[in-house]
Design a protein around this ligand. Structure first.
Ligand code: ATP
Ligand code: MG
Length: 169
């Protein structure tokens, strides 16, 4: 069985990581799509697709998971054709895993078997919460896999976020 998992991963955190670990128990292969791949250097989307690629691949390798393929997906801003757009970029999949109700709807309408994974500690394992902590100088490293903290430090991610929060006024 080949499974699909989609997210923006800004950044990849322990909630995503736990879901993928569970999918890996059932699936022969996991296709991980990095959504909104073109977006970066924004407070809501600070990291590039390449940086997110590094975060995911290093974290999964550290867990001994190797049967994954990562595919960056650009936004098309056209919900009715979005699933076809994704299909044009990925290998065929049997199951789509998502907690996002819109993604669930769009894949279901195209006849996919959609499964909704359990949420893990959603209050803290949340991209928005982690970005908020980074900007406020609160501790966030415990909410992401070790490899993600290393990538963010390597690319000076905190400095980038602080710069993005400045205005020229
Ligand atoms: P943001 O706050 O930026 O939207 P996010 O934490 O929701 O970040 P996404 O990249 O938007 O992360 O989510 C990708 C997928 O992972 C979505 O289906 C989302 O619902 C799911 N997800 C997010 N947090 C968790 C969690 N703690 N446990 C399980 N799934 C999660
Ligand atoms: Mg989200």
């Amino acid at each position: 069985m080949r499974a699909l998992y989609i997210g923006r991963f800004q950044p990849y955190h322990l909630g995503h990581h736990s879901v993928i670990e569970e999918i890996a128990l059932e699936a022969d292969e996991i296709i991980i799509c990095i959504g909104s791949a073109q977006r970066s250097h924004e407070l809501e989307n600070p990291f590039t697709a390449g940086e997110r690629y590094l975060m995911i691949s290093k974290s999964l390798r550290d867990k001994g998971i190797a049967n994954f393929y990562i595919v960056p997906i650009l936004d098309v801003n056209w919900n009715a054709v979005w699933v076809s757009h994704v299909e044009s970029l990925i290998p065929p999949v049997d199951v789509a895993y998502t907690n996002n109700p819109l993604i669930e709807r769009l894949f279901e309408e195209r006849g996919y078997d959609v499964r909704v994974p359990l949420m893990f500690n959603r209050k803290e394992y949340s991209g928005s919460e982690i970005r908020r902590r980074m900007l406020n100088g609160e501790s966030w490293e415990g909410l992401v896999p070790k490899a993600v903290a290393e990538v963010i430090n390597e690319i000076a991610g905190l400095r980038r976020m602080k710069a993005l929060s400045m205005s020229d006024l």
